[in-house]
Design a binder for this molecule. Structure first.
Ligand SMILES: Cc1cc2nc3c(=O)[nH]c(=O)nc-3n(C[C@H](O)[C@H](O)[C@H](O)COP(=O)(O)O)c2cc1C
Length: 192
């Protein structure tokens, strides 16, 4: 009897209000790479979702916790995060860091281990960012990249790679051919 191999699942969290913006374009390239390696992708636009800020009640940290106490649209996302083999987190640089939509999501991930112990361990993660300034340091992109590096290390997940570049008008980043190729290669690596 031959066991049917299931396609690897990637969950793509998009933190820009622009559905056809630069970070969405980078994420599409990562998805294309992952799909070419046989994976299946699901996208979630965080903007427009009813995701409240963490209220620091610590209900999720109790030994008998059943999850986050806030009943909003983050609840179905917890299950998808657990089910996925890999995550892509895509965010524009806003005020020298990640967007507020992305940060709300990230804070709420504090509760993820209440749904499944070791939910983060070994999870493969890719990050995509874009910024208006010409320079990754001046733009503040490096601040957010460092935040992702620290967070991923802290939870014991696996940061497979980060792609980032300068662009301002929606979709402008697509003219950066070498970055587009790097993003596609990251998608393949994410699911290998
Ligand atoms: C509210 C806001 C804040 C921004 N802050 C920065 C910033 O601090 N540094 C920077 O280089 N670009 C900044 N930008 C520009 C965006 O990062 C840039 O346009 C990016 O490519 C947008 O990505 P998106 O198309 O995926 O939304 C800001 C844009 C907005 C709307």
């Amino acid at each position: 009897m031959t066991a049917k191999m299931e396609a690897k699942k990637i969950l793509v969290l998009l933190g820009s209000p622009r559905k056809k913006g630069n970070t969405a374009a980078l994420a599409e390239q990562i998805i294309a790479g992952a799909e070419s390696a046989g994976a299946a992708a699901e996208k979630i636009f965080l903007h427009g979702q009813d995701i409240s800020a963490c209220q620091a009640c610590y209900a999720c940290q109790r030994p008998d916790s059943e999850g986050c106490a806030i009943d909003d649209e983050m609840q179905p996302i917890y299950g998808k995060l657990i089910e996925a083999d890999a995550w892509v987190i895509a965010s524009p640089v806003y005020w020298f860091s990640m967007s507020a939509q992305t940060k709300l999501f990230l804070d709420r991930c504090f509760a993820l281990p209440a749904y499944k112990k070791d939910a983060f361990s070994g999870k493969r993660i890719a990050v995509a960012m874009s910024f208006g300034d010409e320079d990754a340091f001046n733009s503040g992109c490096v601040n957010a990249l460092r935040t992702f590096q620290d967070a991923v290390r802290y939870v014991g997940a696996n940061l497979v790679g980060m792609v980032y570049g300068s662009a301002d008008k929606p979709g402008e980043i697509q003219s950066n051919q070498s970055l587009m190729k790097t993003a596609e290669a990251l998608g393949r690596k994410l699911v290998q």
